[in-house]
Design a protein around this ligand. Structure first.
Ligand code: ZN
Ligand code: ZN
Ligand code: ZN
Length: 334
């Protein structure tokens, strides 16, 4: 199987998970446009919406990664986060330190140049109350960028009293009070997520398809979407639709839906056969949108899976109605 095909199969499996459906539902309803993380000093970045769905905060990343790998979500870098190499806390402050003695007890100031006399000094030496006065020529400076301008940064270390212009950066963990350098820091990407166009289409098609079929089937059946049936092996199998006849309680029909932007392969037929072989329903129906390849058709016939091909999702119910009528007429003749 090609790579794109296997990703697609995995995506179809992903759609069947309740958690995936809940999250996609939030995108489709407009409740979510972009899934962005929210920040908390203790926990760092989290995705509360996803936590609520998954129920377990430790499973959130794994769940989001699978959604990205199967092409349901796409991720974009949102922020970078520094974590402590000792305790993993994201509650980190930045220390700007003296390059000579590494102390972070430094005073930051700016250099000012008096344009007319060319004198340069730190801002404090110009300051007289609220005014700036040149210590050399005693003129008052009133017009920023005209009679005086900033001429760079100047720092002084309170520990060793040396001056410097560029401090060195280190990190301080507020949780365990470890000081560490960038080279030891855990430096991670934090992402925002949005629904891919492909998944948006596939998922809305499913919604568009399932609801009309449910309405149609409910005239005669108890319908479960998705439905679960236990097989002879003891395993539980999921179908997009399981319908139990109201008139004949023995009768069980299962339906799966497969959609694609081009011709569908035999893969969903094989997948469905594996399930119906175990479950043995009275009837199995595979809805293929828009159409399935020849091999798929042959296999469906061999496995007694009724195929419904429809170019347009809206036509499925019409096709189902016609087939039911034909069957009724046939049973009348018999
Ligand atoms: Zn720490
Ligand atoms: Zn120093
Ligand atoms: Zn001056």
């Amino acid at each position: 199987m090609s790579k794109t095909n296997s990703v697609k199969t995995e995506r179809q499996e992903m759609y069947k998970e309740r958690n995936t459906q809940l999250l996609i539902g939030k995108f489709l309803s407009g409740e979510l446009n972009k899934l962005e993380p929210s920040y908390d000093n203790k926990k760092g970045y989290t995705y509360p919406v996803v936590e609520e769905i998954v129920g377990d905060a430790s499973q959130v990343n794994e769940f989001l990664n699978r959604l990205v790998e199967t092409g349901i979500l796409k991720k974009e870098i949102f922020d970078k986060v520094i974590c402590c190499p000792n305790c993993n806390s994201p509650n980190i402050s930045i220390h700007y330190c003296c390059p000579h003695c590494k102390s972070f007890d430094i005073v930051k100031s700016s250099l000012i140049e008096h344009v007319s006399c060319g004198y340069i000094d730190v801002e404090e030496n110009f300051r007289q109350g609220r005014k700036l006065v040149c210590p050399r020529c005693r003129k008052e400076l009133t017009k920023p960028d005209i009679d005086h301008r900033k001429a760079g940064m100047w720092c002084r270390c309170n520990t060793c009293n040396k001056n410097f212009d560029i401090p060195v950066t280190s990190h301080f963990c507020r949780q365990c009070q470890t000081t560490f350098l960038f080279e030891d820091a855990i430096y991670q990407n934090v992402y925002s997520y949005s629904l891919t166009e492909e998944a948006r289409q596939e998922a809305s098609v499913k919604l568009v398809i399932l609801e009309p079929i449910r309405k149609f089937l409910e005239q005669e059946f108890e319908v479960e979407i998705p439905g679960f049936l236990k097989g002879k092996s003891g395993a539980n199998h999921m179908f997009d639709i399981v319908a139990f006849s109201r008139s004949d309680s023995e009768k069980v029909m299962v339906m799966d839906i497969t959609t694609s932007s081009d011709i569908i392969t035999e893969q969903p037929v094989i997948a469905m056969f594996a399930k119906i072989y175990d479950v043995a329903p009275d009837k199995a129906c595979l809805i293929a949108i828009p159409k399935i390849n020849e091999n798929g058709k042959k296999m469906a016939a061999l496995y007694k899976i009724e195929l419904v091909e429809a170019e347009e999702p809206t036509k499925i119910v019409k096709i189902l109605e016609t087939r039911c009528l034909k069957r009724q007429e046939k049973s009348k003749k018999d």
